[in-house]
Write a protein that binds this ligand. Structure first.
Ligand SMILES: *[C@@H]1O[C@H](CO)[C@@H](O)[C@H](O)[C@H]1NC(C)=O
Ligand SMILES: *[C@@H]1O[C@H](CO)[C@@H](O)[C@H](O)[C@H]1NC(C)=O
Ligand SMILES: *[C@@H]1O[C@H](CO)[C@@H](O)[C@H](O)[C@H]1NC(C)=O
Length: 435
């Protein structure tokens, strides 16, 4: 019956295939892609100065032995962190400190840090290039982009950053995080300028998405329209995670059996970005208990009290002043956004702490999500932007794919690359939609 229509469909399909194949042969016509990794998703380097005081003989300035001539060594990821005496050294060097007088964070005394290879994909392919197989991060995604014509350094770039430092609400300094946003802004402009003025596709994973949303919000609409073609956010925890409350209460060894979670807790509590990822009252129902103890319960609107009660009062002030006002809004950037994330993976939703307090691992009730981020947080833009003018939002859910396997899983990579190709060949997709 619909043969006629089918013919038209086929004809248009072949036209669009032609457009598709013509375009793939020419790299110049692709929109540049910039990758923004998640927390812990790129390498960090450190150097110890004379000011550095070691806490033990093992952690003295000689450790690690292998450093470059200027004293730089890899701080993240370094496999010695997995062995107890060195976990402590790592913590001391990795921790950051909030200074109430200047209202900002700084490194441990005597520890300088830097992010290698800004602009390049090199720093985020593997967390440690000497341990490629076990520390592969964005390598499969980069390879998949290269298969459809992207070339690292030419139209494919990476924006690694110091993921311990976050951003703060307006009026509060965040020197390290703001410097990253301005470096990223320059990278976007130079990528676009060197691609004949084509606007770029921003492709983030996890925490990277929160930085991108802030970058867009902090620049004028005219700038966004000139430089941003599309923003694709993978596994973005828009409203934080319940998992983060467990990290603050009892530490999180990320499933590495050798690591005692309480040993890494101090360092994890110190990270400004971890505070940023506490469940936000904008996204998590304020009346739903997330943590339950014999003494009472905590919802997303009780995070400050929770920090106090777990024995981390230092976190209360930066949380209330810097984080809470920042997470109160999910600004719509008026550039097209696609969220891609996994679903149907058991994700901590309620934590029960017994009589032994917050040091012991909690009983966990699981709910829907990607294993790390709760569904309500992954989906937060949909409800926040509902009915917003000039805001296109597409949501791609991939059942059974976890928070990080989204960067490796064949089906997930196929969907991500499909999305990037669709954006590059918009003519063909709009023709298909018209049919
Ligand atoms: C990109 O080009 C614009 C002019 O179109 C210029 O204002 C801007 O400074 C350039 N940015 C970079 C990072 O080269
Ligand atoms: C409950 O409150 C008591 C008394 O204030 C305190 O000692 C205990 O640590 C609390 N337990 C939990 C799990 O919060
Ligand atoms: C939507 O875009 C149009 C045209 O660019 C603009 O006039 C209008 O103010 C925008 N609406 C909002 C809510 O920003």
């Amino acid at each position: 019956m619909n043969l006629h229509l089918t013919h038209i469909k086929l004809a248009i399909l072949s036209i669009s295939m032609m457009i598709f194949t013509c375009k793939t042969s020419s790299t110049n016509s692709l929109h540049p892609v910039i990758l923004i990794p998640g927390s812990g998703g790129n390498q960090l380097e450190a150097r110890l100065t004379a000011e550095y005081k070691s806490s033990s003989l093992l952690c003295n300035r000689w450790y690690p032995l292998k450093k470059d001539p200027d004293g730089w060594f890899r701080l993240w990821f370094d496999p010695t962190v997995l062995f107890k005496p060195f976990t402590k050294c790592f913590n001391k060097r990795m921790m950051i400190y909030y200074d109430p007088d200047v209202d900002d964070y700084h490194n441990a005394p005597g520890v300088e840090t830097r992010v290698p290879s800004f602009g390049s994909t090199q720093g985020l392919l593997y967390l440690n290039p000497n341990l490629k197989s076990i520390t592969s991060y964005m390598e499969p995604l980069v390879r998949s982009l290269e298969e459809v014509g992207y070339v690292s350094g030419s139209n494919l770039f990476g924006a690694p950053y110091d993921f311990r430092y976050g951003l703060a609400a307006e009026g509060h300094p965040s020197i390290v995080g703001s410097k990253f946003l301005s470096d990223l802004k320059n990278l976007i402009e130079s990528a676009s300028n060197s691609s004949g003025g084509r606007p770029v596709i921003l492709l983030s994973h996890s925490l990277g998405g929160l930085f991108v949303l802030q970058l867009l919000d902090r620049n004028p609409t005219s700038w966004r329209h000139k430089y941003i073609k599309h923003f694709i956010a993978l596994s973005a925890p828009w409203g934080g995670t319940v998992e983060e409350m467990r990290t603050f209460a009892s530490g999180n060894a990320f499933g590495v059996p050798l690591v005692d979670p309480l040993l890494v807790r101090e360092e994890q509590r110190s990270c400004a970005t971890n505070l940023w990822l506490m469940p936000s009252p904008k996204v998590f129902d304020r009346t739903k208990p997330l943590v339950i103890t014999r003494n009472g319960s905590y919802s997303s609107s009780d995070i400050a009290q929770f920090l106090q009660d777990i024995g981390f009062p230092e976190g209360v002030r930066p949380y209330k002043m810097r984080v809470l006002p920042l997470v109160q809004s999910l600004p719509s950037p008026q550039v097209p956004v696609t969220c891609v994330f996994g679903s149907g993976v058991r994700t901590p939703e309620t934590l029960f702490y017994g009589d032994s307090g917050f040091e012991k691992r909690p009983e966990v009730v699981y709910g829907d999500g990607d294993g790390t981020v709760n569904m309500v947080s992954l989906m937060a833009l949909e409800s926040a932007w509902d009915g917003r003018e000039n805001q296109s939002l597409k949501v791609i859910k991939i059942p059974g794919v976890s928070h990080t396997s989204i960067l490796k899983d064949g089906t997930a990579l196929g969907r991500i690359i499909g999305e990037v190709s669709g954006i590059n060949y918009e003519i063909s997709t709009s023709l298909l939609r018209w049919v």
